[in-house]
Every structure is written in C-alpha cells, then in structure tokens.
Design a binder for this molecule. Sequence first.
Ligand code: ADP
Ligand code: MG
Length: 277
Amino acid sequence: LTPFQRVRRAFRVAASGGRPMSAALEIRGASKSFGDRPVLRGIDLDVERGSVTVILGPSGSGKSTLLRAINHLEPLDEGSVRVGGELVGVRVRHHPRRGDQLVELPEREILRQRSRIGFVFQAFNLFPHLTILENVTEAPLSLGRDAAETTQKARALLERVGLAEKASAYPRQLSGGQQQRVAIARALVLEPEVVLFDEPTSALDPELVGEVLKVIAGLAGSGTTLVVVTHEIGFAREVADRVVFIDEGVILEQGTPAEVLDAPTHPRTREFLGRVL
Ligand code: ADP
Ligand code: MG
C-alpha cells in the first residue's frame, strides 16, 4: 500500500465503525413492493469479496428483483445496497435541519456504478446484429476505452470461455450454451467487482447446462465476487461458499452448502429442496 492508500483505508475503516471493509456487497433492510404487493421484505445480506454466493428460492420469491436492485435497475423503496463500500444509486446528503437524506445519483453516476457490476441474464440478450467479438467489446468501446486493448481483452475472455474460434460468428450461429458463454465474457470485460447471474442455465436445453456451469465454476476463486441465482443444487454444493434461501421476499436461512442443503432448519427450505432435488 502507498501512504495515500493507507490513509484512505484508515478513513474507510473509521467510517465503517471500525470494521475492515471486506464485503464486496452489503445489503441492508432492502424492501420493495409492486403496487401493494411486497416482494422484498427487509433483506440483509453480506457477500464477502471473491466469494461465490448461490441464491435459492421458489419462483416469485423475489430473487430477480433482488439482483435488479443490486444493479439499481429496480430502485428499492427502503434500504440500501453497497458494492465495494459505495452506495449504489443513491448518496447520503446531510441536511442541517432534516437530518440525513438519501438522494438519487445522476444517471451518469449510476451508469458508472453499473460498469462495476456484471449481469448475466437468463435469456443471454446478445445483440443479434453484432459479431461475438463485437458483443464483448461493445460496452468498453462505448465508454471510450482503447480499441486495441479492448479487442485484446475480449479475445482473451472468449478464449477463457472456450469460444476463441467463434469471434467473427453471429449469435444465431451459436448454440444456447455458447451464447450464454459469450454473455459471461461480455459481463467480465469491464473487470467488474461483482457478477450477478440470474438463472443463467434455466433457458438452456439440459445437455447444454453443464458447459455453462463449468465456465461459471472456473471464475470462482479468481477474485471476482459471484452471486448466482440458480436451481442447480449440484453446482451450489460444489462451487458455492454460501447458500442463501429466499422465500416470499425474506431470507429464511443461509450458511455453507452443507448447512443449508444437507441440514436445513426451516421447513420451507426442506420443502423447496425436496422439490428441486
Ligand atoms: P423470482 O425471480 O424469485 O422468481 P421476481 O423477483 O421475478 O421473483 O418476482 C417477485 C414477484 O414480483 C413476482 O410476484 C412478480 O410477479 C413480481 N414482479 C416482478 N417484477 C415486477 C414488475 N416490474 N411489476 C410488477 N410485479 C413484478
Ligand atoms: Mg427470477
């Protein structure tokens, strides 16, 4: 650490009440309703830097809404999300009379924050009119990053997901599993601190699920923090550091894969696992 970094870290530790800021992601009291229907009800979640967290839960339990809140695609009604210690989407304004208030960040700040969070959707969402390589380079180029460097990085990522030879193909020429691997390369190209996966294999034919899970497993331990919503219990067991079970917008239990998958304490978790296993 440079002296400057040491001072900054000391300030950050002081600002966090003495705790070292090791969490990549900190969610506090996250609540959200659609109309009068509560979908997230006071979610508190800490995700350690570089770890893999698998989120399980029945359909409609709020998993996608939670991931979208982390990326500020779905602003919360209450609560906060921090990525790398920084509040997402809002900042605290100190008002002399009214006390602390949350103020929405300007759009360009939100876009900057989103570049630190990768997102892999269920339905790949590649640009059909762009080649595989162009799909991966699109975001950094639109942010004005160096073209040669971006292309080099994109090619290295395509290599990493096993698709180097598909660089000049178009999405429609690829299988669903290959398209999802491109989407993963695209999510990594800005070197995000956190990558969120929303049921990345549930739109795939069963024989293509394995190749995508293998690529995601290969990212574990590389320093990037992964949060994966999936029903793939085998993946959770083998790859996750933490497993979180959400039901009706509440975290019912969380722990190591052995704790949550092999010895669930909540009847709803047992019932859910009985259905998906
Ligand atoms: P999950 O991903 O766990 O299946 P979601 O977060 O997608 O659950 O949805 C939780 C609930 O919120 C569902 O009942 C869903 O219908 C509802 N919901 C999600 N997005 C919206 C929206 N934009 N408008 C209204 N209701 C929504
Ligand atoms: Mg969902």
